[in-house]
Structures are given as C-alpha cells and as structure tokens.
Design a protein around this ligand. Structure first.
Ligand SMILES: NC(=O)c1ccc[n+]([C@@H]2O[C@H](COP(=O)([O-])OP(=O)(O)OC[C@H]3O[C@@H](n4cnc5c(N)ncnc54)[C@H](O)[C@@H]3O)[C@@H](O)[C@H]2O)c1
Length: 392
C-alpha cells in the first residue's frame, strides 16, 4: 500500500458507523466521503463533478498502478492511496460512496466487492458484459442495502436534454422516427493510454466491441431515455481489421422499434483518416429526430466536429439554432456526478440509471448480438435472460 498524508482523518469529522441503516443518507454535518476506484483515462472527466463541490470529501484513491496513484494524488493531497479495494477496506477509513471507473471486464467482481463493504457505488457504463453478472450486482446491492447507480453522462449533455424537452413539448409534431449516427474517426482528440486500448481490444475479442458495446451503450441508453422500452431489435454487426490482430466492430447497422411504435436506426462507421477537432474522443455523432412537422438534431457530442450549433430545430420553413448551450462534453460528466451526489443526500429524482434500467440497456445490447448472429432477424430484448459474460 502506498499512502498519502492522513487528510480526512485529521478533520475530526464523525465517522459514519459501519452497519448503519444504509438507506439513510450520509449525515448532514459532514461531506459525503468518497473513494475513487480506477484512475485511468476517464478519471479526468468524472472528477470534474467532485472538484470544487463543497459537499464531498475525496478520502481515498485506489488503483494498482502506482504512477497513476501519484499523479492523481496531486488532485487530492489529503486522500489516502491504495493499490486494491481490499487494502482500502482493511484500512478502516469511513467511505460513504465509491466512484467506480474500472475496466469493463472487472465491473461485476469489483462492484460486488465494493457493495459488500456497504458503500454506495456510482459505476461507469457499461454495467456488465452479461445478464448473470448484472444480476449478481443487483443482488449484492440488495443484500448490502446500498445503492448501485450506472451512470450515463449523455443523459446530462445539455443539447440532448434540450432536444428531449423540445420533442416532448411537440416542437416538431408527433415523432415519426429517428436516426443515430456514429462515425469513429482515427485522427484528433486526446491521448488514450495503450493499456486502456489493450483492455478494450481484449474485451472486443470476447465479443463486446468498442463501438457497439462500449460507446454504443450511450446510444442505446439515449434511445430508451428518449422513447422508452424497445420491443424488437434487428442488427448487422460488422468487423474491420485496423491493424493485424485488432478488429473494430464497424460497419454496423441496427434498427429497432419501441413499445410505443416509434422506430429508430443507428449506423456505425469507421473513417480512420478523418480528422475532427476534439478535446476528448473524436467521434462524429448525431441524433436526428423526425416529427410530423419538422426535425430536431443534435450535431455533436464528444468531438467539436465542424463549426455548427450543437442543436438545431426545423419547422415550417424556419431553422432554429442553439448557440449558447453548455455543449462541452465534460459538463455532462460534471452534471451527472453532481446529480448522484445530490441524490445521495435527497433521494430525489431518477437515478439515471437505476440498476434495473441499466439491465434494460444491457438486454438491448445483447439483443443486437443475438439478432446479428441470426442473420438480422428481429429479437425482443425482453426475452434476453441469463446470458453469461463471455470469458477469456
Ligand atoms: N462515459 C463515457 O463516455 C466513458 C468514456 C470512456 C470510458 N468510460 C468507461 O469508464 C470505465 C473506465 O474506462 P477508462 O477509459 O478510464 O479505462 P482505463 O483503462 O484508462 O482506466 C481504468 C483504471 O482502472 C485501474 N484498475 C484496474 N483494475 C482495478 C482494480 N481492481 N481496482 C482499482 N483500479 C483498477 C487501471 O489501473 C486503470 O488505471 C469503463 O467502464 C469505460 O467503459 C466511459
């Protein structure tokens, strides 16, 4: 264990008793005590919610990588540092909630362990790679009487939030269909460490690719958030070898129908030589909802794309453009994280997502693979049950 100066312990705050009634939010006279577990690429954005937020005390950092502990420890000089969850638990440091930013393959085991210590968990998507693992996580949360949230920052991205509100307010008339577009581009954006990619490529080799399953989680999640549960999915998952031995899951085409009859389609393509300006990933993304009387489009999300407004609404010969939205993708992480921290205090509003809702997203993702394997036939995601996670 490598440990920093004992900060939180020296602040004389009353520790939360272990074995407390876990439905009781942390007491009001002290900030919520948080451990951040996993300090890789996405830490940089998840942490935006915690920086300068008065009702939180980051008391511990956990990562097996000592260099990352040292680097991220600069952000939280008083936080204790640990190389495993077991070391954190053994330390006796009082923790109320965990920010879990872990490789996907370790979500289920690590989250079950975290919940077992009586800590609330805010988990990065995707929840898990199979239904059995997801159900183990639900059972662990229920046994410990604590809350598992599977966060999706896209549900807090202002252009998407505004699009949803406009569509629900009838700005384009009754919805008649919609389209999601994802182009993975090879140039621009931030550096992603090789070990992050390696974990993703290993995951892809086990049948849960980066574009359909990892990034795709957001697309499926926004679809359900916008128009409700799905009753049928049809998919054609492709593969492109980008360098010998490494394959990406594009081109992929997916279509579905919601229980309310609205149809959506989603195409994933790969444009390896396309340059896009971005502070983060360089995805060229689009959400385009068509109504009887017009359309509403979100033109970008993670990448800055081209110089156009992030949200546009067309009706009756007029195009309304939104030029002053908080459309920096990082802001969606800030707002998602603070929603969680407020929720821990107040229990008000939807979790976005609860574990049951995340399970619904997972079922749709798995229905895509099932449909593709059957040659693109329709699959009802509600019938996807008890699928084990693919192992190495
Ligand atoms: N919301 C989004 O848009 C978004 C974007 C990127 C990644 N993600 C998700 O965030 C999660 C993490 O992704 P990333 O890109 O940061 O991955 P990463 O590989 O860069 O970081 C993971 C970190 O976890 C550490 N780790 C591994 N096992 C651990 C353990 N048992 N205990 C503690 N730490 C451990 C690794 O050393 C590494 O530092 C994934 O679920 C990914 O899908 C979400």
């Amino acid at each position: 264990m490598s440990e920093a100066a004992p900060g939180a312990a020296s602040k004389n705050r009353p520790p939360l008793a272990q074995g407390r009634d876990p439905t009781t939010p942390p007491t009001a006279d002290q900030p919520i005590r948080v451990a951040i577990v996993g300090l890789g690429r996405i830490y940089d954005l998840n942490v935006v919610a915690y920086l300068d937020y008065p009702d939180v005390d980051v008391v511990a950092l956990v990562d097996p990588d000592g260099a990352r502990l040292d680097e991220r420890g600069q952000d939280w000089p008083t936080a204790h540092r640990f190389t495993s969850i077991a070391e954190l638990a053994a330390s006796g440091i009082a923790v109320d909630a965990v920010e879990a930013l872990l490789p996907i393959a370790s979500h289920a085991d690590s989250v079950v362990e975290l919940l077992g210590h009586g800590w609330h968990v805010n988990l990065q998507k995707p929840m898990a790679t199979g239904i059995e693992d997801a159900q183990r996580m639900l059972a662990a949360a229920a046994d410990a009487g604590v809350t598992l949230r599977v966060m999706d920052n896209y549900l807090f991205y202002e252009p998407l939030v505004r699009l949803k509100a406009l569509v629900e307010d009838g700005a384009i008339g009754d919805v008649v269909g919609y389209h999601l577009k994802m182009v993975a581009s090879g140039r621009g954006g931030w550096e992603v460490p090789w070990d992050t990619y390696r974990a993703q490529f290993e995951q892809a080799a086990r049948g849960r690719g980066i574009l359909v399953f990892d990034d795709g989680w957001h697309k499926l999640s926004t679809a359900i958030w916008l128009f409700g549960p799905l009753r049928e999915v049809r998919a054609w998952v492709g593969a492109t070898e980008i360098v010998p031995g490494i394959t990406l899951d594009a081109p992929t085409t997916v279509a579905w129908e919601h229980e309310n009859g609205i149809r959506g389609s989603w195409d994933i393509t790969l444009a390896v030589d396309l340059y896009l300006r971005s502070d983060y990933y360089t995805n060229d993304e689009r959400w385009e909802v068509t109504g009887r009387a017009g359309f509403a489009r979100v033109n970008r999300c993670t990448g800055r794309g081209i110089q156009e407004p992030s949200l546009e609404v067309y009706r009756d010969g007029e195009l309304r453009s939104f030029h002053a939205l908080d459309d920096d993708w990082a802001s969606s992480f800030r707002d998602s994280g603070r929603h969680w921290l407020r929720w821990l205090r107040t229990r008000e509003g939807p979790l976005l997502w609860s574990p049951d809702q995340a399970l619904e997203v997972l079922r749709v993702a798995l229905a895509i693979y099932e449909s593709s394997a059957q040659g693109g036939t329709g699959v009802d995601p509600r019938t996807i049950e008890a699928l084990a996670s693919p192992r190495a």
